[in-house]
Design a protein around this ligand. Structure first.
Ligand SMILES: Nc1ncnc2c1ncn2[C@@H]1O[C@H](COP(=O)(O)OP(=O)(O)O)[C@@H](O)[C@H]1O
Ligand SMILES: [Mg+2]
Length: 420
């Protein structure tokens, strides 16, 4: 017996197939209403963990560097869940090249992650600006436009709600794991979703954020990018509702770690009305990652403090090298060219500053080449990148990605590559 019914099915024709598309009922869950009692402990733990992360953020004097790094971590992992083959190291190496004189050539995977960072920054700025877009579907559309900018996204209607049927998992709608609402139902479904974002809060904000993520994935309003925008929405909501005023929570790491369960929980909401099961998972994720982020921020901070003290105490470390050191939390990978730009200096001076940090054991040369060398603040990056490498995903073979007539052929090609 299902717990509750969360929507209705509508027969629709895609190609020559007749399928049942799902149209969710508006939030909040009803008949019966959400049973939060058994989740009270989970909720409290998650809220407390977020409060600790907020506090950790306030206590770090050079928060910018960490924030910069944590946002990139989330961007990389959220993109990896969808099959992007770029790591945090790839992204930071790309940014190091971009800091130099030449605009580096972006590979499509790194571009996707850069777009994610741009999209998040755009949305946060809009919300922070009284004249910017409010929390709305339009804001999400504009964010989506930035996310899918460039080579790979162009034919997936950046910034636009789809006008055709899509499906999740499976090679065609007929064997899909899930068929989201037909295009004609999207306007209303999204309108109601937006209303709920602004409705008088009757449930705790963290719970509402969890509900909204699922509802967004269930509606699946875009041809592609639904997972990433839906996870980005959680980040925005946490900030907007003041649960965490800086995007320090890389929640996607939890979804990546427990990916099969992520998809299963989404399915169960629709199939069995199991919103409580989803919330149990979601709140566990928030608590777990918030705790980890606190620990990570603390370790990174301690590491930087220790290295700084060591540098200050050692002879032969120039003011410029110290300035470079302070920039490393943001740019843990550098090249001579990037240092020239970062600290606005000449090539020989940049080279000397790097050399001093190498001698002090802070930077490590990683290429083994004589030219085009690249230097890494390794102790820092090794802590930061935990969870961002490829191939650490549960059930890597079965990404139930979104299909539609436009992108399906291409997706099969990408999958082929992923297996290689
Ligand atoms: N069974 C499901 N029901 C609802 N949503 C799902 C299901 N399985 C996966 N999803 C969501 O769909 C996302 C993938 O959709 P997609 O449009 O390809 O997003 P992106 O390009 O960001 O990959 C997953 O990350 C997940 O959030
Ligand atoms: Mg996708």
């Amino acid at each position: 017996m299902p717990k509750r019914t969360t929507g209705r099915y509508e027969r629709t024709t895609v190609g020559d197939e007749d399928v049942a598309a799902f149209i969710p009922f508006p939030l909040p869950p009803a008949k019966p209403p959400l049973a939060l009692g058994p989740l009270a402990e989970r909720l409290r733990t998650a809220e407390q963990a977020l409060a600790r992360l907020e506090l950790a953020g306030e206590m770090v004097p050079s928060l910018d560097g960490f924030l910069y790094a944590f946002v990139r971590k989330e961007a990389v992992i959220s993109s990896q869940i969808e099959g992007t083959q770029a790591t945090l190291v790839d992204l930071l190496a790309f940014e190091a090249e971009g800091d130099g004189e030449h605009e580096a050539a972006r590979d499509a995977d790194v571009e996707e992650v850069c777009n994610y960072v741009d999209a998040l920054n755009f949305a946060r700025e809009q919300l922070a600006n009284p004249k910017g877009l409010p929390l709305s579907i339009r804001l999400l559309n504009e964010t989506h436009r930035r996310l899918l900018r460039g080579v790979r996204g162009a034919d997936r209607l950046p910034g636009e709600v789809r006008s055709t049927q899509n499906w999740i998992g499976g090679s065609r709608p007929g064997n899909a794991r899930y068929v989201p609402p037909p295009a004609h139902a999207l306007g209303e479904a999204l309108g109601v979703l937006e209303t709920y974002m602004h409705a008088k809060p009757e449930l705790p904000p963290l719970v509402r954020a969890g509900l909204l993520h699922v509802q967004f994935e269930t509606i699946h309003p875009y041809l592609d990018g639904n997972g990433r925008i839906g996870r980005l929405l959680v980040t925005l909501l946490l900030e907007h509702w003041r649960l965490l005023t800086k995007p320090l929570l890389y929640l996607s790491l939890f979804f990546k770690r427990h990916r099969e369960e992520y998809y299963r929980r989404l399915d169960r909401v629709r199939r069995d009305g199991d919103w409580e099961g989803w919330l149990d998972y979601f709140l566990d994720g928030v608590a777990t990652i918030a705790e980890e982020a606190v620990t990570s921020a603390r370790e990174l901070f301690a590491l930087v403090a220790t290295d700084r003290a060591r540098l200050l105490a050692s002879d032969g470390v120039s003011v410029l090298a110290l300035r470079l050191f302070e920039l490393l939390p943001r740019r843990p990978i550098v090249t001579v060219a990037s240092v020239m730009t970062l600290v606005e200096t000449t090539k020989p001076t940049a080279g000397r500053a790097i050399e001093q940090l190498v001698n002090a054991g802070v930077l490590v040369e990683t290429t083994g080449r004589r030219r085009d060398r690249s230097y890494v603040y390794r102790a820092y990056l090794d802590r930061l990148r935990v969870g961002t490498e490829l191939g650490q995903m549960e059930g890597s073979g079965s990404v139930p990605s979104t299909g539609n007539v436009v992108t399906d052929a291409r997706r099969r090609t990408r999958r082929g590559r992923n297996q290689g």
